[in-house]
Design a protein around this ligand. Structure first.
Ligand SMILES: Nc1ncnc2c1ncn2[C@@H]1O[C@H](COP(=O)(O)OP(=O)(O)OP(=O)(O)O)[C@@H](O)[C@H]1O
Ligand SMILES: [Mg+2]
Length: 280
């Protein structure tokens, strides 16, 4: 049993080593304690491969994701992107690296102005980065919108007019416009109904096949994990307690916690999404 999540692929792009994140106690109550949300996690993502991260609520998955995209500082450990130490990067180099690692979460557009048009949402990261002018940004938006199956003609529609599934496609287009190498999904498909999930799974698989993106897929939903991931890491109390290929871990979970986690899903449920994903 391995506890360092490492995809067997030979093209590592992002390495996390011994990452630790502690939220200090606010000291409001006598028994307030520091929370070690991530306690020495190591993992490797490779081009064209998907690592799933599963584990009960509060075990530190989102914290880890936020640290990787540098939305959050961490206490110790190392993150290397394309060989470079993310902590050592400064200025333009850091901004460039951050654009290439994108995080998509559940209801990702909720924080944005609902009066934004779809096009505004998709081009915003490019406009903020000032890498390219508006004309080039719009050209690129059209390309990524097509990639995610949203006709560019819908670009003038307001975000609030889109369905949940379409919003998730928009979020994906927005993430893709900066030409990322790593996409992190934090429960990104969780709010969607089954058939829309299946369409998204297919879209993500197609995208990965053509652009060799590395995915870190955080989910409670083991059916989705099975449909999408090559490897899975199981996290408990800030620690990765088991990892391996999806086939191995699903068939023969070693750690007691993993066995318990997996016993909560009906086997039939696991098969049904893979069938649907292939059919759609
Ligand atoms: N900003 C914060 N300040 C203090 N503690 C936090 C903060 N964010 C998270 N935590 C704590 O860190 C731990 C890990 O939280 P995290 O959100 O990473 O879990 P998670 O695995 O993503 O859970 P879920 O599956 O419910 O999304 C929890 O104990 C949580 O209460
Ligand atoms: Mg979370």
């Amino acid at each position: 049993m391995r506890t360092e999540a490492c995809i067997a692929g030979d093209r590592p792009i992002l390495r996390v080593r011994a990452l630790r994140k502690i939220y200090p106690s606010r000291g409001l109550f006598r028994d307030d304690r520091d929370v070690t949300a991530v306690d020495g996690v190591s993992l490797v993502l490779s081009r064209g491969r998907t690592l799933a991260l599963v584990g009960e609520s509060g075990c530190g998955k989102s914290t880890l994701a936020r640290c990787v995209v540098r939305l959050e500082e961490f206490n110790s450990g190392e993150i290397r992107f394309q060989g470079a130490d993310l902590l050592a990067l400064r200025g333009e180099e850091l901004r460039r690296a951050r654009r290439r690692i994108q995080l998509i979460f559940q209801e990702p557009l909720e924080a944005l102005n609902p009066r934004f048009s779809a096009l505004d949402v998709v081009i915003e990261p490019l406009i903020i980065s000032r890498d390219v002018g508006r004309r080039e940004a719009i050209d690129r938006a059209q390309r990524v919108m097509e990639l995610v199956g949203l006709p560019a003609a819908r670009g003038s529609r307001l975000v609030q007019e889109f369905s949940g599934g379409q919003k998730q496609r928009l979020a994906l287009a927005r993430a893709l416009i900066t030409d990322p190498a790593v996409l992190i999904f934090d429960e990104a498909l969780s709010g969607l109904d089954l058939s829309v999930q299946a369409q998204m799974v297919n879209l993500l698989l197609d995208l990965q096949a053509t652009s060799k993106l590395a995915y870190l897929f955080i989910s409670h939903d083991l059916r989705l994990v099975q449909a999408l991931a090559d490897e899975v890491a199981v996290m408990k109390d800030g620690v990765i307690v088991e990892s391996g290929t999806v086939t191995d871990v699903f068939r023969n979970p070693q750690h007691g916690y993993t066995q318990k986690l997996f016993s909560t899903i009906p086997r039939k449920g696991i098969a049904s999404l893979s069938e649907m994903a292939i059919k759609n």
